[in-house]
Design a protein around this ligand. Sequence first.
Ligand code: ATP
Length: 267
Amino acid sequence: EDSSSIAEVSRETLRLSDVGGLIEVKRRIHETFLDPIAHPEIAKAFKKSLGGGLLLYGPPGCGKTYLARAIAGELGASFISVTLADVLSKWLGESEGNIHKTFAEARQKAPAVLFLDEVDAVGGKRSSQNSQSLRNIVNQLLMEMDGVGSDNDGLFVLAATNMPWDVDAALLRPGRFDRMVLVSPPDEPAREAILRGHLDQRPVQGIDLEVLVRKTEGFSGADLKHLCDTAAEKALAASIKSGAVQPVSMSDMNRALKEVKPSIGPW
Ligand code: ATP
């Protein structure tokens, strides 16, 4: 397998309407990104540039990747995901060339969303790479970004970070990732959608979603998954012990709630 090649992906079918809650986040994504792309003539009249990318920032496990996929779905685009921290560690001295290759391949698959996860990794503050090689990587990214969004280009670049303060300042200038959207921890409707997603595929009985939603303030998407997995483990253990399926109950959920705590602080 050619490890420097980006993954083959099909056209994304997820839509923003599949993302539960987060009304304000979705409104910002429409206003700053999707709507101008959908109405290029109006955008032009207002001197709104269609170039550059969108940076999603916020605590880990709160759906940035999920939202990015939904944005690709809205654009009728393919979704191509690259984790920049992996690029640095895997490709060592060849990072610039591979960044170029990744962008070139994404352009070939246009319309495509290229998703750069952990974009802070090239900011230098948390990397062990020497600063010159990081500068080269950032410069390569800037060069690629400067060609994004021109007419009929069909390449859309999204980036994500949990550490917006570590993102290289040059990447945030106009024409680059100049639009930023905070993806905060899931609100009540989002938590309901996430919990539903994890419980729907399991035998459950007497689950009061409304109560769970209220008790999980501050939980990330990843925490909610952990909570449901923990409760399911308890029901599974009881089922094995009794020799008959014991559906996940509210008491399993409450016991899980004693063990699983939110992993993120206030944002
Ligand atoms: P991040 O990229 O912010 O670290 P993530 O994109 O990996 O996070 P999680 O928040 O861990 O996403 O979500 C994991 C899964 O939970 C998603 O793949 C999706 O199935 C579900 N999920 C997350 N947020 C929502 C939401 N708002 N509505 C519905 N399902 C969601």
